[in-house]
Design a protein around this ligand. Sequence first.
Ligand code: HEC
Ligand code: HEC
Length: 335
Amino acid sequence: MKNTTETRRPKKRLLRKILLIGFALAALAITVGATYVGTYRPAQRPALELQVERTADRVERGRYLVENVTGCVQCHSDRDWTLYGGPAKKETWLGGGECATEEQGFPGVLCVPNLTPDDETGLGRWSDGEILRALREGVDRDGRALFPMMPYDDYRHLSDRDAAAIVAYLRTLEPVFNPRPETDIEFPVSFFIKTIPEPLAGPVEAPGPADTVRHGELLAKVAGCEFCHTPIDERHQPLPGMAFAGRPNPRGPFGTVHAPNLTPHATGMGSRSREEFIGIFKAFSSADNAAIEVEPQDNTPMPWADFAQMTEGDLGAIYDYLRTVAPVDNPVVVR
Ligand code: HEC
Ligand code: HEC
């Protein structure tokens, strides 16, 4: 009788060999893969070597964009949520915003950085070219990909003139000393975000003054209207065919509030006129209406007081553009 263990032995040895080779290959693949993942650098070009001239006009244009249009102030400042729309606190203007942490279910630590010219904790040591590149091309001084909560993908549409104006304005700010932890995003998210930055291919021009629809489209992007008013899936991607159709409950230090449908459908802006639309914003432009005290559950993430200072031309252009987006039947009850 054959000993079954004997017949098995050679097979066992073969199996062990196959397993060993398998392990070796897997280890090799992991090493190569990890090296690739670890050293993969986001697409980038060297920061431009230029110095933005700080003329009064340019600084004023930059102030307007940063405070009233592009939302930099809302993310990069500490905000007062006892007031309607959570205006930024003047003392720490652009000195750094909120932090997202693991305890809140975020994959790592991310504090919205200080944009004031403080040497230690702000942009004091950054060149103008480095700030421009971070703003529109999504990498920091060292070429690290910025977490895409920083909407550089939208800001890449800012014209060269407007981007330079923003830099000129940031340079005039009072430095705020505000040390915070460095951004630390966990794998695999850290890898995916490296694939997002994309260098600009050439100069970016603003649309001509007569093209209000295209101008409004650009404003709706850089002002975050599209972001807040478009529903997303669980991977934070905008739902196809639902642009501006209303977004359920963007989370924050306010009660449950849904962003309404801004499309031309009857469940959206319907027959609202251009004047009415501009009027909704302008209602918040007086000093009293820019500082309305509210309970947290009655607050809103929409920075009404900041947008109220947008020019009628810009608000009108946003309206003209919103009339051209696909009407979507989507009733939204705001509260
Ligand atoms: C929706 C929130 C949000 C808005 C709006 C926003 N940012 Fe940011 N920004 C961030 C976050 C978050 C980071 C940090 C990303 C990281 O570290 O990976 C950042 C990073 C930056 C950096 C890199 C600074 C550093 O120290 O690494 C610059 C420069 C910057 N933003 C400028 C701007 C400007 C200028 C505007 C307005 C035109 C703006 N941001 C609007 C969230 C925002
Ligand atoms: C941070 C998120 C956020 C941003 C950015 C944002 N919205 Fe809103 N918006 C909301 C929410 C939430 C509401 C509902 C609560 C309220 O009225 O404030 C709202 C309400 C509105 C309303 C309804 C007002 C009414 O009385 O019916 C209009 C119109 C509007 N947004 C237009 C815009 C436009 C245009 C922009 C860009 C310039 C914009 N929103 C940017 C979140 C946002």
